[in-house]
Ligand binder design. Structure first.
Ligand SMILES: *Cc1c(COP(=O)(O)O)cnc(C)c1O
Length: 410
């Protein structure tokens, strides 16, 4: 467990946390499931890259070109180690989670036939719903939804009754961006494989929170974004098993991804380059490497432990507020994310008052409208933590909600 002093030292690495809103209130940032702030090492990496390395990659024979290529291939290897993948070539750079899911949907979409089935859960982010819906529409295939119970848990028994030999892919989140619930993905992966279906895990909320091991998980695809784990925006990965990546077709076409081009025939490069058409976000990849260093220096297990404590403490305090509904209300399975509403208060009104008091929370449908429908609400208030959040901030949140209730007279 970190001492106050240690957390203060971590906070000191984030310039934005030293800013004041209206030069009065400190920034209480608990909207980390939307994006986290960046430590100084990541911010400085961007300037360092353009001042010392900038060049295109995998092309020129010149000094800077080599340097740039080595610097991003080093990050590929760093991420391979971070998620314990077997080969660096299983790590494909994309713009982020959304593009990674679109890449898989589009590439395996070519293999999907009329009457095939795709399974997702009721608690997915829109970016793990809409790409599959689109494939199903184009291929006349069937989208099946694993239901959740009122506590937000997936029922494995019902999942078993939904899956069949016609299921081509099961795509599900590792940690829900609304409920903070950790899904039983290992069970889902193993069951899916019994039926010959591939599995994609949306790890956007898990990568900053839990220790990942692709070889133990045995998932076919795993996706996440840098910007939710202290890295820059516009960069993320798709992990895919080598055998599968070699088999499926490219997603985009152009430079970088080819071996030979003529007007009659083009052959594609090997993985990962087959899937990386065009100039990548070289600076973003380079800076992401510094964010991974930041996480590894603290230790992902230490981060998980600390965030678990923050979450437990916040649940305890929030549960004392009269009229509160916390969605997916099982504290044991929640990590880092809590969504709630307060009786007779519109989420937007509460969010606005919290904003006036210097607290940044997320309000609205949280990119999960089907889940909002399930709980019969239009939106929620979400708090989500990062390693720089403190127990004092949670106390301040609690007091501010009470204050807001008074202002709104409930
Ligand atoms: C944020 C998020 C996404 C989308 O990530 P982008 O970085 O916006 O592409 C998808 N799934 C979950 C669970 C998320 O939290």
């Amino acid at each position: 467990m970190f001492s106050r002093k240690e957390i203060k030292e971590i906070r000191n690495q984030f310039p934005i946390l030293k800013k004041k809103i209206d030069s009065v209130n400190p920034i209480i940032y608990i909207d980390n499931a939307a994006t986290t702030h960046k430590p100084i090492q990541v911010i400085e990496a961007s300037e360092y890259f353009y001042s010392n390395i900038n060049s295109n990659v995998h092309r020129g024979v010149h000094f800077l070109g080599r340097k740039a290529t080595i610097s991003i291939e080093d990050v590929r290897k760093k991420i391979q180690k971070f998620i314990v993948a077997k080969y660096p070539s299983e790590i494909l750079f994309t713009k982020g989670t959304t593009e990674s899911i679109n890449l898989v949907a589009s590439s395996i979409g070519n293999l999907i036939k009329n009457g095939d089935e795709i399974i997702i859960s009721h608690a997915e982010h829109h970016s793990n719903i809409v790409p599959w819906q689109n494939i199903c529409k184009n291929k006349k295939s069937i989208l099946k939804i694993i239901p959740i119970n009122k506590n937000g848990f997936i029922d494995i028994k019902i999942f078993k009754s939904l899956i069949s030999k016609k299921t081509k892919i099961v795509s599900i989140n590792h940690i829900s961006n609304v409920l903070g619930i950790i899904n039983p993905i290992k069970k889902i992966i193993d069951i899916s494989h019994e039926y010959g279906a591939w599995v994609l895990i949306d790890g956007a909320q898990a990568a900053p929170n839990v220790c990942l091991n692709m070889q133990d998980l045995d998932t076919d695809f795993y996706v996440f974004s840098a910007h939710k784990m202290y890295g820059p925006t516009g960069i993320g990965i798709l992990y895919g098993k080598k055998k599968i990546l070699e088999k499926i077709s490219p997603y985009q076409f152009g430079g970088e991804m080819i071996k030979n081009v003529s007007f009659t025939k083009t052959t594609y490069s090997t993985i990962p380059f087959k899937f990386e058409a065009g100039t990548p976000n070289i600076e973003g990849i380079f800076s992401w490497g510094k964010a991974i260093n930041f996480i590894e220096k603290i230790g992902i297990l230490n981060i998980q432990f600390y965030k678990k404590k923050l979450t437990e403490y916040a649940l305890k305090r929030l549960n004392n507020i009269s009229g509160i509904t916390i969605y997916g209300n099982d504290s044991l399975e929640k990590l880092s994310i809590i969504s709630f509403n307060i009786k007779n208060i519109h989420f937007f009104d509460l969010g606005s008052i919290l904003d006036r008091l210097g607290i940044a929370v997320r309000t609205g449908h949280l990119c999960a409208q089907p889940l909002m429908n399930f709980f019969n609400v239009l939106g929620m208030i979400r708090v989500s933590f990062a390693i720089y959040n403190t127990f004092d901030e949670i106390d301040y949140l609690f007091e501010s909600i009470l204050k807001a209730k008074k202002i709104l007279k409930f």
